[in-house]
Design a protein. Structure first.
Ligand SMILES: *[C@@H]1O[C@H](CO)[C@@H](O)[C@H](O)[C@H]1NC(C)=O
Ligand SMILES: *[C@@H]1O[C@H](CO)[C@@H](O)[C@H](O)[C@H]1NC(C)=O
Ligand SMILES: *[C@@H]1O[C@H](CO)[C@@H](O)[C@H](O)[C@H]1NC(C)=O
Length: 318
């Protein structure tokens, strides 16, 4: 019993010491509340030497620490990664403990315990669950800005923008979507909507079969690309079937010819069967009359429905 009394006094003395220090420093950056605790946000517990400031110091030294509960008789320190402002519902009465927090005047240089604590959500290690929580924790002065959030408590922080007025979160601010993918903002994260040209993967980072080395697709070879895979808008006559438009073709006139020479909508289409990236195109005139196409555009498609014109520096390559 006597031993208990002694540590009780030690604890009280310690508290009043801290209070006095704080008062004398006119420092509002740190405060303690007797017989209260923040429940459910302790990420680290350890025993301290009674009468020392180990608990405060440990909290100050740890970026994640926002507050701590101190178990008085046992001199046990419980570091919390939230404050009572962030979680008022978890701030409860507890006769054996007192609660102490890193305060709101962050970076106040006149404080003895100068607490350059990290505001909730300001570092990856201390993600907030919502923009509301940041506002509750940091006070009304918080501004719109980028914060670390983990609204699903997945253990992974996501960098996002909070609009403090509307509480709208934009998870796209620093997205990793690639290859012209569109970032789609969702409830708790973003997703990447891949651009049509065959990209896949979470970030649309995976391309289709990229040829390691440029080589012929096989338009010269009927076994590689069958006649049926070569079609055209129109045909001049039976001497100029689309599939005669192969390189080195010696059937017919060795070339495809549209019905007229003036219809700019005429096209020759090659179905390459698999997804390929086209790195070069070669053309050749027909073999009998010495006629050839002087200019053309390329259109590519992965589904035969949506076509995109091959462009260089944003203009159609002719
Ligand atoms: C905050 O503490 C809780 C335990 O109270 C823990 O589950 C959570 O992972 C901690 N968050 C971080 C970011 O350390
Ligand atoms: C958020 O979305 C990205 C892209 O889909 C994903 O890579 C990441 O793992 C997600 N993060 C979390 C915490 O779910
Ligand atoms: C794919 O990206 C290009 C270039 O940014 C864009 O012009 C095109 O509209 C996009 N396609 C789709 C289906 O989003």
């Amino acid at each position: 019993m006597a031993g208990r009394q002694a540590s009780y006094f030690t604890a009280l003395f310690f508290i009043s010491l801290v209070f006095r220090d704080i008062a004398s420093q006119q420092c509002h950056g740190i405060y303690s509340i007797y017989q209260m605790m923040l429940k459910g946000h302790t990420y680290k517990t350890f025993k301290t030497t009674p009468g020392t400031l180990e608990c405060i110091e440990a909290c100050l030294a740890d970026d994640r620490c926002q507050s701590f509960n101190f178990v008085m008789f046992l001199a046990i320190c419980e570091l919390n990664n939230r404050t009572k402002e962030a979680r008022p519902e978890d701030f409860v009465k507890d006769e054996k403990r007192y609660y102490m927090a890193k305060g709101l005047q962050r970076g106040d240089r006149t404080c003895k315990y100068r607490i350059v604590g990290f505001p909730l959500g300001s570092i990856r290690e201390l993600p907030a669950e919502s923009c509301e929580e940041i506002e509750a924790s940091e006070g009304r002065q918080v501004v719109n800005g980028n914060y670390w959030l983990d609204s699903t408590r997945s253990g992974n922080s996501i960098f996002a923008r909070c609009d403090m007025k509307t509480k709208v979160v934009d998870y796209c601010v620093k997205n990793l979507c690639q290859n012209d993918a569109k970032c789609v903002n969702r409830e708790t994260n973003y997703s990447c909507a891949c651009n049509s040209s065959g990209w896949t993967g979470k970030y649309c980072e995976k391309g289709f079969l990229l040829l390691k080395k440029c080589g012929p697709v096989g338009v010269t070879d009927r076994n590689a690309i069958s006649d049926a895979r070569m079609t055209a808008s129109t045909v001049y006559d039976t001497r100029f079937y689309p599939y005669y438009g192969r390189l080195h073709e010696n059937r017919g006139y060795g070339g495809w010819c549209p019905r007229t020479v003036s219809d700019r909508k005429d096209y020759l289409q090659v179905d390459m069967d698999t997804m390929l990236s086209v790195c070069a195109v070669a053309t050749q005139g027909e073999r009998i009359n010495n006629e050839w196409t002087t200019s053309y555009k390329l259109q590519l498609s992965t589904d035969g429905v949506t076509w995109s014109v091959y462009e260089e520096t944003s203009t159609a390559k002719v």
